[in-house]
Design a protein around this ligand. Sequence first.
Ligand SMILES: Cc1cc2nc3c(=O)[nH]c(=O)nc-3n(C[C@H](O)[C@H](O)[C@H](O)COP(=O)(O)OP(=O)(O)OC[C@H]3O[C@@H](n4cnc5c(N)ncnc54)[C@H](O)[C@@H]3O)c2cc1C
Length: 244
Amino acid sequence: MLFYEIITQILYRGNFASTIILQKNGLSKSLIDPLNSFIVKNNGDIILSNKVNRLVIEKDNVVSVLTGDEKLSDYDYLISAIPLYSLARIIDLNILNINIQFEYSSILNIHLWIEGLNLKEKFYGFLDSPLHWIFVKDEHFNIVISDADYLIEKDQNEIMELVINELKRFFPVAADAVKKYKIIKEKKATFIPANKVNKLRPEAETKIKNLFLAGDWTNTGLPATIESAVKSGRIAAEKVLKNI
Ligand SMILES: Cc1cc2nc3c(=O)[nH]c(=O)nc-3n(C[C@H](O)[C@H](O)[C@H](O)COP(=O)(O)OP(=O)(O)OC[C@H]3O[C@@H](n4cnc5c(N)ncnc54)[C@H](O)[C@@H]3O)c2cc1C
């Protein structure tokens, strides 16, 4: 089913649907800044760094949202766009009839600052290597390794040894060229869209009348991607509009 969706939505929709597009100015400037301006222009508020701790349910409605320091109840509808494991902390999933146990796959981001390695391109994809991508910004190199569960328990030295040895296979990296580094391990980077869980991914509408769900893990027909997250947001917004 998932494979069918990917084929029909991306590969069978002509060249444009499968074109790789890179923002000239990065994702924040291209997507987030215009979105923020749109919300503010339309009298919306953007509140950052305010964690939701609990959704209070009464008679099939969310009557209030408890955050660290506030109790919010001035709203008509709520769209939750947090991951499933976060949602489970703020509401009993049984109330929503959600019964999925996702397994997750890790991604490692390794940031390196390397002197004297003047690479021509802004990014490279690797073939036949445990490294997958490298993004280049002057002396700052960001290496991405997906499907990285096998590296999660390894310590920094072991990971760096692997990374440097691999880099040396492709580029002239001098022994003392790495000035600093930072390794970020995302254990739950992406959920694994196995057939048995795909069938259980929930729709945007829930049993709670004023609560809708978004997030890459909802039933979008797509794997754990930005595209799935965007599609889920659109679906949830459309469902809310139908309710108004
Ligand atoms: C390292 C890495 C690399 C990736 N690379 C790619 C890629 O190249 N291409 C691609 O398409 N996808 C990629 N993905 C997957 C992609 O990032 C996700 O599919 C996408 O971000 C999911 O979006 P989302 O809005 O559903 O959830 P998220 O992006 O996870 O956003 C959920 C937000 O909710 C917040 N939150 C959680 N709990 C609460 C709470 N209680 N109260 C308030 N806020 C809360 C979180 O802080 C977070 O900001 C990558 C993921 C990782 C981790």
